[in-house]
Design a protein around this ligand. Structure first.
Ligand SMILES: CC(C)(COP(=O)(O)OP(=O)(O)OC[C@H]1O[C@@H](n2cnc3c(N)ncnc32)[C@H](O)[C@@H]1OP(=O)(O)O)[C@@H](O)C(=O)NCCC(=O)NCCS
Length: 133
């Protein structure tokens, strides 16, 4: 079972019978100047790669936030050479925005990352405060 950043987890009794194998979640960054939409993150230990668990969990989290919370725009960040993450974002319907400098991902500073956007309203990444510089 993957821990999710939403309230879709099972109850305590069911949790006790499951093994937690990773994390998937949405986070709205707080520092001043951070992007105005939340971003999706995911991590699964290597023995569990290549089985579709992360994709299934991420789709469930995205669905939950869209249907229950009205979150229709989601961002994503990964290291430029992280090909597994890039494939994940593509599978989930994110659009490639290339390398960007993003504020608020790591403390108050700016970090160079590979950025992604999944906007149900057709917005470009610039609409969320992420420019080229
Ligand atoms: C990013 C990460 C979660 C991706 O893991 P992953 O195993 O590629 O993703 P999934 O669990 O969704 O598995 C999908 C793969 O399983 C395959 N697969 C096998 N059986 C499957 C099934 N029944 N259903 C769906 N996919 C299946 C898919 O074809 C796909 O393989 P492919 O990428 O070669 O096409 C993982 O690499 C990771 O945790 N990395 C370290 C942390 C990290 O970098 N996090 C990202 C920071 S933004």
């Amino acid at each position: 079972m993957l821990n999710s950043g939403s309230n879709v987890d099972r109850n305590e009794e069911e949790n006790a019978q499951c093994e937690f194998i990773g994390n998937v979640g949405l986070r709205l960054r707080q520092p001043r100047g951070s992007p105005s939409a939340p971003d999706l993150s995911f991590a699964v230990p290597r023995p569990f790669w290549g089985k579709g668990y992360a994709t299934e969990a991420a789709n469930a989290v995205l669905d939950f936030y869209e249907k229950e919370k009205g979150v229709v725009d989601v961002l994503g960040y990964c290291q430029p050479k992280n090909e597994n993450s890039k494939k994940m974002f593509r599978r989930l319907g994110f659009v490639d925005a290339g390398i960007r400098n993003v504020k608020g991902i790591k403390g108050e500073g700016t970090l160079e990352v590979y950025a992604w956007v999944r906007s149900r309203t057709g917005k470009r990444i610039e609409a969320f405060g992420i420019g080229r510089e």
